[in-house]
Design a protein around this ligand. Structure first.
Ligand code: NAG
Length: 244
């Protein structure tokens, strides 16, 4: 199932936008191009504590995600549909990259990195079961993922327009592997505190299994969000503008 996602992108409708001077540029003929792009991307991400509407980039501190619906996996023991809305995602701007392969001839970027902590504050709706216990509820939720290894491939097409060329990315093979996961779903079972506390404990005691059930959905959902953001930027910033 393809997850439903929405991300808040406040964008000015400018084409052929210039990179703000604080963003580093790399040269495609640089023998250390990959290292240059790795540094420039990390450096750019760190600046996203505010939006840059002229180049289609939202604030990442936090990143506002209007909708993220994750279907239940096929596990029989843990089976939870998780619908989130009005999310604030903290931490993606702190990603450090360990690999950044920009393969221009084969039109593919391969990226590997670590996010120290992702904190996801949302309004949730849950339905399904955990260890045969039925679980329902809606309210505020906090999900924290720590030491998250991320990897993705971003193959691209080159779209010519008005004498320039623009990237059109697809984000594929996105993987998200956290070392530590914690869940806090408030107001489960219509606010029945005893039941709610018990289920949160069961979810946290079994966090690896619970995450395994929804991992694929999170990966597809967050992969789509990143794809939208990349393309929001690179329909405005041409390849010639981004790279010397
Ligand atoms: C995605 O991963 C598969 C398996 O590792 C690989 O064969 C494929 O080339 C990857 N896709 C891209 C676009 O790199």
């Amino acid at each position: 199932m393809k997850p439903a996602v929405g991300v808040l992108l406040l964008v000015a409708s400018i084409h052929a936008a210039k990179l703000p001077p604080s963003f580093k540029k790399c040269n495609r003929k640089d023998p250390n191009l990959n290292q240059c792009i790795l540094k420039a991307s990390e450096d750019g991400l760190r600046q996203l504590t505010k939006p840059f509407p002229s180049i289609g980039l939202p604030n990442f501190d936090p990143l506002e995600v209007t909708e993220l619906t994750i279907g239940a996996g096929s596990d029989a023991v843990v089976n939870l549909e998780q619908k989130f809305k009005d999310c604030k995602l903290y931490g993606i701007d702190k990603t450090t990259f360990s690999k950044f392969e920009a393969d221009f001839p084969n039109k593919n970027f391969k990226i590997v990195g670590v996010i120290p902590e992702i904190k996801m504050l949302c309004q949730y709706e849950l339905s399904g079961k955990v260890l045969l216990l039925p679980v329902v509820g809606q309210g505020p939720s906090t999900i924290i993922l720590k030491s998250v290894k991320v990897a993705l491939d971003a193959p691209f097409e080159e779209i010519p327009k008005d004498g320039k060329t623009y990237f059109k990315f697809s984000v594929t093979n996105f993987s998200l592997d956290p070392e530590v996961i914690s869940f806090d779903f408030e107001n489960l079972f219509n606010g029945d505190k005893t039941l709610g506390d018990n289920i949160n404990k069961v979810l946290n005691d079994n966090n690896k299994e619970v995450f395994a059930d929804v991992k694929d959905g999170y990966e597809k959902g967050i992969g789509l969000i990143l794809e939208k953001i990349l393309n929001s930027m690179f329909t405005k910033v041409s390849i010639e503008e981004a790279y010397d």
